[in-house]
Design a protein around this ligand. Structure first.
Ligand code: ATP
Length: 236
């Protein structure tokens, strides 16, 4: 469904992505692993239309050419991004944040149904729908960010480090919810430092190193890969 070929990205003279090719199938969950600075966020931002790739990149979503399209049109095509650091509006309530997620044309008519779906997924948010988001815990704010992205009725949800800074028990809750999102048929592309947790809900994954894809395997394959174990799973 998402097909990226020959994606390169420069920030000035700095080459952040070097002819990357990545694919996510319909309903598939794919994890992007890599050390700090490998280019994981840049990849998601380029796919979401937040940074412009170098000329020659081929990015297709459900057959449509989306390379270089602005973010609001990528959103209309069915890709939603939950950015690193969440990007929620702290001085608005949960319900107001969710409403802002439904402004895409493809989503407007479905606001109420999508909201109930989000509250079903995250019952904690339903109990706090009128609470200001800046009074909520990090985990709850991440739920708001994911809920807001879901309000746009995406076919592909991309998440940049959703577990960053959260306590282990909260991370478990979050990934359980993402597992349910996956079961609902959405495709997921997840950038995560929590390799064990993310591979546990994934079908496949890629290894990104200094802007290049250096490995690709099934989730089970990556879990047993010596390089992955050494780099990310604490094995010696
Ligand atoms: P992290 O997990 O630390 O966010 P990452 O794998 O997501 O890392 P990116 O944020 O995509 O990596 O960054 C890739 C490279 O591009 C890094 O060397 C980074 O310093 C550089 N970079 C990222 N954003 C910019 C920018 N706006 N201007 C200049 N260089 C940038």
């Amino acid at each position: 469904m998402l097909e990226i070929r020959d994606l390169s990205l420069h920030y000035g003279p700095h080459l952040a992505l070097d002819r990357i090719s990545v694919a996510v199938g319909r309903g598939e969950t794919v994890v992007m692993l890599g050390a700090n600075g490998a280019g994981k966020s840049s990849l998601l931002k380029a796919a979401a239309g937040l940074v412009r790739p170098d000329p020659g990149a081929d990015i297709r979503f459900a057959g449509a050419d989306i390379a270089g399209r602005p973010a609001h049109l990528v959103l209309e095509a069915g890709i939603a991004l939950v950015p690193e650091g969440r990007g929620v509006f702290g001085d608005l309530t949960v319900e107001e944040n969710l409403a802002l997620g439904a402004y895409a044309r493809r989503a407007r008519a479905h606001g109420r149904a999508s909201r109930e779906l989000v509250y079903g997924l995250f019952p904690k948010l339903a109990d706090r729908r009128r609470q200001f988001v800046n009074t909520m815990s990090g985990g709850e704010q991440q739920m708001v960010a994911i809920g807001r992205a879901l309000m746009s009725k995406p076919d592909l949800l991309m998440l940049d480090e959703p577990s960053l800074g959260l306590a282990p028990v909260v991370v478990g809750e979050l990934f359980a919810a993402l597992g349910r999102v996956r079961e609902s048929g959405l495709a997921l592309l997840i950038v995560e430092q929590n390799v064990k947790m993310s591979l546990s809900i994934a079908d496949r994954g890629y290894l990104l190193e200094a802007g290049r894809i250096v490995g690709e395997d099934t989730a089970a394959g990556l879990m047993n890969d010596d390089a992955v174990k050494r780099a990310f799973l604490g094995a010696t």
